[in-house]
Design a protein around this ligand. Structure first.
Ligand SMILES: *[C@@H]1O[C@H](CO)[C@@H](O)[C@H](O)[C@H]1NC(C)=O
Ligand SMILES: [Fe+2]
Length: 240
């Protein structure tokens, strides 16, 4: 059971990626362990709830992690359990009906699992770009300077309409910035950093001042994590 659930866990990003592709989706249906009970769990925060103060409040972190992320995990577990049932019964209509729930809650679980280790206390060395020598070298060679890179990312984050995420992804050895597209989680390339721009991520502290939230986020970016991910190590990736 343990093995089955970790198998399914490993397949989650591709399961989600394949939801829109009929050919790939049928492959997944054929190979998925039909009766597995998969239990996804909420990863603990890698720091205290108040560790990101004053930039992100304890209240936000508690709600965001314990309520929002937990809800994605709970709903994902419910949807995948129903899906197992549907697989078992060869009920393709039910399987199809569950896809959007799995995509949404699975996407939320993936995104938030990547987000927590993208941040760290501003008093700690991990929040300094000097903790990311090779990533910063790549930034400088591609953008000219760290400031130009930050400006570009700020613009991208500020431009997100409604709820969304801004990602920094390593693809073919290059840095790419990407915003939410059609609810698809990032499934190609490796996420280096991600910033949650949903209102629940900042509203209680920053109200509608997105720019101030983004400024705060820069103070708590985890450059150590970025460096590890840039070097090919997975941090907070649900496939781990
Ligand atoms: C997760 O991130 C992807 C990529 O930005 C986005 O399309 C999707 O809407 C996000 N899902 C949730 C629930 O935040
Ligand atoms: Fe969130």
């Amino acid at each position: 059971m343990q093995l089955l659930s970790s198998l399914l866990f490993a397949q989650l990003p591709s399961l989600i990626a394949n939801l829109t592709s009929p050919t790939a989706a049928s492959t997944v249906t054929a190979t998925a362990p039909a009766m597995a009970t998969h239990t996804f769990t909420l990863p603990p925060l890698p720091y205290e709830y108040n560790a990101l103060e004053p930039h992100i409040s304890e209240q936000i972190m508690k709600l965001h992690h314990d309520k929002h992320h937990q809800a994605y995990v709970t709903n994902l577990n419910a949807a995948t359990a129903s899906q197992s049932e549907a697989f078992k019964n060869n009920d393709v209509k039910a399987e199809i009906a569950l896809q959007s729930a799995i995509k949404f809650h699975g996407g939320g679980h993936i995104n938030h699992s990547l987000f927590w280790p993208s941040l760290c206390p501003s008093s700690s060395p991990c929040s300094s770009p000097s903790s990311a020598p090779s990533f910063v070298a790549a930034i400088e060679s591609q953008y000219g300077s760290l400031d130009t890179f930050k400006d570009a990312y700020n613009k991208l984050l500020m431009g997100i309409q409604g709820s969304g995420w801004g990602w920094i992804v390593k693809r073919n050895g290059r840095i790419e910035m990407e915003v939410t597209k059609d609810q698809d989680p990032i499934t190609t390339g490796e996420v280096v950093l991600g910033v949650d721009m949903w209102e629940h991520a900042y509203y209680l502290q920053y109200w509608n001042d997105k720019a101030a939230y983004i400024k705060g986020v820069w103070e708590v970016i985890n450059w150590e994590t970025a460096e590890k991910r840039w070097g090919g190590k997975k941090v907070g990736d649900v496939r781990v």
